[in-house]
Design a protein around this ligand. Structure first.
Ligand SMILES: *Cc1c(COP(=O)(O)O)cnc(C)c1O
Length: 378
């Protein structure tokens, strides 16, 4: 017998180690420059990132969370305003709404693609609704035609939460180009994984871009004169220099994620668990390209946690994104939709399991995960 195969949920060194020499050069360049706040490294990364997303402006910021917060601040959303968002998403989507003093209005999801249910969103509109934040969850674009129809009919601003979906497309449009503003994250596990916290806002609107840039530096324009209250939301030049190197390999990372997903779908489609409905595989909706930031199964027979333990005992990492929907989080007890029933979100929280899909996964590792899943005693 050989060594048992081990498959972590995420292996960052497989992606970063081959770039070590280039990364160290970038570090040396920034060290020698002594420019540690904004400047040409950040501007250089922003123009390459804008080109990659095919948008007029990209604004480097301190995290994906801050990209959401700064987007809402840029739109002037605040106390008395309501913002629609899915309940089945990462906390930051709704946290940003609450932090500008607005009220998150939690919307149910669609179980086929894990994204916001626009019929439910429409039912929750009021005279106070100012914006909607569709999240392209796990890398699958939300129905942006539907989002834009709803937004247009009711005068809502659209902020795309593209934290998990850099590189995804909806029809011929790229994610991050369809909202007034869009938020990206470079958290290490995201499609463009950085070396600490980082994020970006994209927009095609020159005025919004200008406003976001001013708010990024305490609302200072010119320096030490403040007409508005902003914050410190800057991306570090060191991080920009490092991210620029990874951005030049970004399309190969995406291609590898997509190839891994295709392999899983092919290998698992015929297994008994899927054929007999105990396990539901994720799908890529026709006309949208999925970035497979996560490959998320649904285990429908109540054995999700047992499956996760079975994977762990076979040295396979997995994670539950997300175990509790946001409309059930204690911190939102003051929000009117707290405790309401959002049946699909609640069902998903009890069924989902994400398995390793990172670009550096080997054929052997992927085979081990697929075989272990197919033969799991669930
Ligand atoms: C990761 C993530 C964020 C937050 O990004 P950070 O860079 O971690 O602050 C926001 N929304 C979603 C959907 C995310 O996955």
């Amino acid at each position: 017998m050989g060594e048992p195969i081990s498959v972590p949920l995420l292996d960052l060194s497989a992606q970063n180690q081959p770039l070590a020499a280039d990364l160290k050069d970038a570090f040396a360049r920034v060290l020698d420059s002594s420019q540690f706040i904004l400047g040409p490294e950040v501007a250089g990364f922003e123009s390459l990132a804008a080109e990659s997303v095919r948008t007029r402006h990209a604004i480097g910021v301190s995290s994906g969370t801050d990209a959401l917060l700064l987007s809402l601040m840029t739109l002037g959303i605040g106390p008395g305003d309501e913002v629609l968002c899915p309940s089945f998403t990462f906390f930051a989507t709704a946290g940003a709404i609450a932090r500008v003093g607005a009220t998150p209005v939690f919307v149910d999801s669609v179980d086929t693609d894990f994204n916001i249910d626009l019929n439910d969103a429409e039912r929750r509109l009021t005279g106070k609704t100012k914006a909607i934040i569709p999240v392209h969850l796990f890398g699958q674009p939300a129905d942006m035609d539907g989002v834009q129809r709803l937004a247009k009919a009711h005068g809502l601003a659209v902020v795309e939460d593209a934290a998990q979906s850099m590189g995804a497309t909806f029809g011929c449009r790229q994610v991050g180009t369809m909202g007034e503003l869009s938020a990206f994250s470079f958290f290490p596990s995201k499609n463009l994984g950085g070396f600490g916290d980082g994020g970006m806002i994209t927009t095609n609107d020159d005025d919004l871009a200008k406003r976001a840039r001013v708010l990024r530096v305490h609302g200072s324009e010119p320096k030490y004169y403040h007409k508005v209250i902003g914050g410190n939301f800057r991306m570090d030049p060191l991080h920009a220099a490092l991210l620029r190197i990874k951005l030049s390999h970004f399309s190969s990372y995406l291609a590898k994620r997509r190839a891994n997903a295709a392999q899983y779908l092919e290998r698992l489609a015929q297994c008994d668990h899927v054929a007999e409905g105990r396990m539901v595989l994720p799908t890529e909706i026709v006309g949208r390209s999925h970035t497979w930031n996560q490959f998320t199964l649904r285990v429908c027979n109540g054995k999700r946690d047992a499956l996760q333990s079975h994977l762990a005992s076979n040295n396979i990492g997995s994670a539950i994104y997300y175990p509790v929907a946001l409309h059930q989080q204690e911190c939102f007890a003051h929000v009117p939709s707290f405790g309401e029933s959002l049946p699909v979100c609640e069902q998903l929280a009890g069924e989902v399991l994400s398995i390793p899909i990172y670009p550096g996964l080997t054929e052997e590792q992927l085979g081990h995960v697929a075989d272990t899943l197919a033969n799991a005693p669930i």
